[in-house]
Structure formats: structure tokens, C-alpha cells
Design a protein around this ligand. Structure first.
Ligand code: PLP
Length: 387
């Protein structure tokens, strides 16, 4: 008998983007997965040792409200981007995804609207729906290079009396852009004018390839009282399974987060201790990954642009490509399903990120170039077939 009658009603309204992207197809051993943004690099020994040392040293007990050393290390790290915060304004979360949930749990009342950009990372929508909020999307606009960028007038048009917050993703997954100072300033001014909260998802600041700099919006006038920065070790340190994220908030907003009754849902303490070590000693590892991603991006953009019907712009940041396949005359959903069926390559359809990115697909470059060579040979064969 169905247990739907016991369910919180919002559970029935959630989108299952992952399942849709897979299209019900079963994985096999020759599948190459460029779907999820899970870096393929394993942890260096000094991090593994840091976890086991922490356990041996007895860091296996309750720590409430985050390990003070990690909170301080994160506050120190963000000084690199010109942000001065007290460690008490840093919250440790079990990954960025839980951070998103905790922020909404702190601010969102049923019926209130959250404005996300279109395209937007798909992890924002379900927490909003689950908490009874409503999602509005403001279209990004493509610039002359073909990069999706925020459009301040589109954002303004979508604000209503019910809008509580706007989420920006800077650097942006999937659009691959880094917000300019002008874009950040305009959004901050609008937030002050309309009395809105800005949630800025800043999980990719270490993976910027252009001359642009990461500019946290919290430094703009009036923002300390209305900005949550969402961070995560997942991409910075290829740490996805170790589940360490953080939120940086102004002093008053920190008080709201403190009230969210999640209990002790932080990262396991030995990993928090290893997080301190990563922030102290992990930068050569980050640099290695940066060099590797740069090679992958250069190779992959070139291969995609050699295929008739596909246009791929060089991203300013992140390790995602978001090529435009619209000239192939096939929907992004059909394209990814066919690519999986025919060639066993898994990528995500643009429709996962909002209606504005129809005609796009997202590739996560989490494989080395020798594997990518095989990937693009297979994509090329598939594109020839459907043309
Ligand atoms: C933009 C963005 N925000 C947040 C997350 C959440 O990451 P995690 O929960 O692994 O920290 C991701 C993961 O892909 C992401 O791309």
C-alpha cells in the first residue's frame, strides 16, 4: 500500500533531476561519466594521515557548532578575497548541499519566493520547494562570446512583494562565468533597494581561468547584514565524499543560522581537523589540479568546436563546459539519452539547469585527457550519426 499519505506533502513535488538525466538507463562498465561534478583526484597522503592522526589523538567526540580551529582557518582563508570575518561568523556544514538547506531553513517562510538565475545549479530548487517556498527564475543573457551572464533588468523584473532572497553562483556552475565588479555592484544595490537577502554560492573560487578576480558580494555596501556566502571543500580540495562545507554570514544572520534545529550535523570531527591541514598545506595539490583542468579544458573546447553543429565557449572558471548544441536540431534531453545509449557517455542536459539553457549540455571534465580523447571520439561518432 502506498505510504504517500504519510508523506510531508512537499516531498511529492520535488524534482528528481538526477533520475531524469539518467533517463532510466542502466550503467555498464564501458560507461564514461562526465555527469556529476565529482573531481577524479584522490586525496594526498598528508590529508589521509591528518584524518587518522586526528582519530588517534582522540578527536572522535562531540564538537558543537564546528571545530574552532577550522572556523578560524576558513576565516583566515577568506581574507585572501578581502573578506574580514570573525570565526564566530563561520558555520561548518556537512557539504555545501546541506549548507543550502540550512540557509533556507533559517530564512524561508512558506509562500515566499526565491529568485534563481536561469541557468542555475540544480541543487537550489528542491530545498526551496521542500520548505514551501516558490522558485522564480531570472534569465541570464548570452554575451557576444556566447557566455551566459546575469542580467540586472531581468532580475529586477522578477522581484515581487514575496521575494525573500536571490541566489547567485559566483563562479558559476553551469555557465562557467566569474561575476564582474559591475555585475556584483548592481546586484548588491538592487538587494539593498528591495531589502533582499543574497545567497552567494562561492564553491569554485580556486578554479578561475580568465583574468577575472573572485569578488565576494559581502564586501559591497549594505551586504554584511543580508549575505550568506556558501562555500565547500568539495571542489577546492576534491573532497566531495568527505563532506565539508561552510557558510559565512554577517553577525546578525549568523544568529538566525544558530537557531536552525539541525542538531549536530557538521562534518565528522576528524575531517574537520583534516580540513585545517588542507587549508594550511593543500595549495600545491590545488595547483596540480588547476594545471590538469586547464589542459582538459583546452583540449575539450577544441574538440567540441571541431564538431559541426556544436559551439563551445571557453569558460572563465570551473571545470564544466556548457556547449550549445541547438544547431543539431535535437533537444538536450534527447541528445544526452542518445549519447548514453549509443556511446555510453554520460553528460547532463541543459534542461536540468532551467528552460533558458535548452539547447545546451553540460560536461564535467573529471577525467584525464587520454580518457577525454576517447570521450570526444565517441561524441563525434554520435554527432555524425544524428546529423
Ligand atoms: C554551485 C554548487 N554549489 C553547491 C554544490 C554542493 O556541493 P557539495 O554538497 O558537494 O559541497 C555544488 C556541487 O556540485 C555546486 O556545483
Amino acid at each position: 500500500m502506498s505510504v504517500d499519505r504519510f508523506a510531508r506533502k512537499e516531498l511529492n513535488n520535488l524534482r528528481s533531476a538526477g533520475a531524469r538525466a539518467r533517463g532510466g538507463i542502466i550503467e555498464s562498465s564501458d560507461t564514461i561519466n562526465l555527469g556529476a561534478g565529482d573531481p577524479d583526484f584522490n586525496q594526498p597522503d598528508f590529508i589521509i594521515d591528518a584524518v587518522s592522526d586526528a582519530m588517534k589523538e582522540g578527536h572522535t567526540h562531540y564538537v558543537f557548532f564546528g571545530d574552532p580551529d577550522l572556523k578560524k582557518a576558513i576565516a583566515d582563508y577568506y581574507r585572501k578575497y578581502g573578506v574580514e570575518v570573525d570565526p564566530s561568523q563561520v558555520f561548518i556544514t556537512s557539504g555545501g548541499s546541506l549548507g543550502i538547506f540550512q540557509i533556507f531553513a533559517a530564512i524561508l517562510n512558506p509562500g515566499e519566493e526565491v529568485l534563481i538565475l536561469d541557468p542555475a545549479y540544480q541543487g537550489y530548487t528542491n530545498p526551496i520547494i521542500y520548505l514551501g517556498g516558490k522558485i522564480k527564475r531570472a534569465k541570464m543573457k548570452k554575451n557576444e562570446k556566447g557566455l551566459f551572464r546575469p542580467d540586472i533588468e531581468n532580475i529586477r523584473k522578477k522581484i515581487t512583494d514575496y521575494t525573500k532572497a536571490v541566489i547567485i553562483c559566483n563562479p558559476d556552475n553551469p555557465a562557467g562565468i566569474v561575476y564582474t565588479d559591475d555585475e556584483i555592484t548592481a546586484i548588491a544595490e538592487l538587494a539593498v533597494e528591495k531589502d533582499l537577502i543574497i545567497i552567494s554560492d562561492e564553491v569554485y573560487p580556486e578554479y578561475i581561468w580568465s583574468e577575472r578576480k573572485h569578488i565576494p558580494i559581502i564586501n559591497k555596501p549594505g551586504m554584511a547584514e543580508r549575505n550568506f556566502i556558501l562555500g565547500s571543500f568539495s571542489k577546492i580540495f576534491a573532497w566531495t565524499g568527505c563532506r565539508t562545507g561552510y557558510i559565512i554570514a554577517g553577525p546578525e544572520l549568523s544568529g538566525l543560522l544558530n537557531k536552525v534545529p539541525t542538531g549536530n550535523l557538521e562534518t565528522p570531527v576528524p575531517f574537520q581537523k583534516a580540513g585545517v591541514v588542507a587549508l594550511e598545506q593543500g595549495w600545491a595539490f590545488v595547483e596540480e589540479m588547476r594545471q590538469e583542468y586547464k589542459k582538459r579544458i583546452e583540449y575539450s573546447v577544441k574538440r567540441l568546436n571541431e564538431m559541426p553543429g556544436i559551439k563551445c565557449v571557453q569558460p572563465e572558471a570551473t571545470f564544466y563546459l556548457f556547449p550549445d548544441i541547438s544547431e543539431l536540431g535535437i533537444s538536450s534531453q534527447k541528445f544526452v539519452e542518445g549519447l548514453y545509449k549509443e556511446e555510453k557517455i554520460r553528460i547532463f542536459p541543459g534542461s536540468n539547469y532551467g528552460p533558458n539553457s535548452k539547447g545546451h549540455v553540460r560536461l564535467s571534465l573529471v577525467k584525464p585527457v587520454d580518457v577525454l580523447t576517447e570521450v570526444f571520439d565517441r561524441i563525434e561518432r554520435y554527432v555524425k550519426k544524428i546529423q
